[in-house]
Design a protein around this ligand. Structure first.
Ligand code: NDP
Length: 246
């Protein structure tokens, strides 16, 4: 498939899990792909090798999403080294979890910085480079819609911010032909949420399909939004949760 031939994508947090699956899928669909990571340089280089094996150009950039200058720098380096930017995927994420009384201020600030501030800063940096047909796609969480367990208040708050960000950006950038959407995964088998963890059966039981998603299934929705099929979808949220919210 070459639905994205000639396009350049930047996927934040592309060294592992859902972001790595998105990077591989966008490359398979024809895009050149840059990824960011925080710590996993080796894993990021492996994803770049996979992108190159698909016949595309790949680039790994260390850029902590909590550092706005690093986020802006990753956008600028992508443009400089891959010749432009057409698709921004704000995926980098963390999973703070625990009792309400134990949430620390620094944890609140870091979580909001990685999930919400970084997504806005990246969009600001990307906007001047995105032309007609440009795409911004966020990765939120189904826990912004339905939260059946205690302990996820901070995570859900930070992911809920992306709903408003998506609507605002869609209005800001729509007149230029750029679409902006949010994909909200449900339980997806990654190192953040392994399908063989002690909690996994309880998560599976809350879905209609009775199973976790594979990261490739989240990437498929991102690829649809990034491609021609996404042309008239903007300002909205697509939940890919196996019926968790049904
Ligand atoms: P993983 O923990 O498997 O991977 C996280 C990725 O984000 C890694 O590439 C990691 O880089 C990167 N990352 C983490 N912190 C930073 C940072 N400060 N700066 C830059 N990159 C960073 O998580 P998933 O793949 O499961 O999650 C991806 C996204 O999907 C997240 O936003 C998450 O909240 C969301 N999500 C996941 C669900 C799930 O069940 N798995 C469900 C709903 C939403 P490095 O390798 O360097 O650490």
């Amino acid at each position: 498939m070459t639905a994205l031939a000639g396009r350049v994508a930047l996927v934040t947090g592309g060294s592992r899990g859902i972001g790595a699956a998105i990077a591989r899928r966008l490359a398979a669909d024809g895009a050149d792909v840059a990824i960011t990571y925080a710590r996993s340089a080796d894993r990021a280089e492996q994803v770049v090798r996979d992108v190159r094996a698909a016949g595309r150009r790949g680039l790994a950039l260390r850029a902590d999403a909590a550092d706005p200058a690093a986020v802006t720098g990753a956008v600028e380096r992508t443009v400089a080294e891959l010749g432009g930017l057409d698709i921004l995927v704000n995926n980098a994420g963390i999973a703070p979890y625990g009792p309400l009384e134990e949430i620390r201020l620094e944890q609140i600030d870091r979580t909001l910085a990685v999930h919400a501030r970084a997504a806005l800063v990246a969009a600001q940096a990307a906007a001047p480079h995105l032309g007609d047909g440009g795409r911004i796609i966020g990765i939120g969480s189904n826990l912004a819609e339905r939260l059946p367990h205690p302990g996820w208040t901070l995570y859900a708050m930070s992911k809920s911010a992306l709903v408003g960000l998506t609507k605002g950006l869609a209005r800001d950038l729509g007149p230029r032909g750029v679409t902006v959407n949010l994909v909200q995964p449900g339980s997806t088998d990654t190192e953040m949420n392994p399908a063989d963890s002690p909690e996994a059966d309880a998560e599976r039981a809350l879905t209609a399909l009775g199973r976790y998603a594979r990261a490739e299934e989240i990437a498929a929705t991102v690829a649809h939004l990034a491609g021609p099929g996404g042309a008239y979808i903007t300002g909205t949220t697509i939940t890919v949760d196996g019926g968790f919210a049904a």
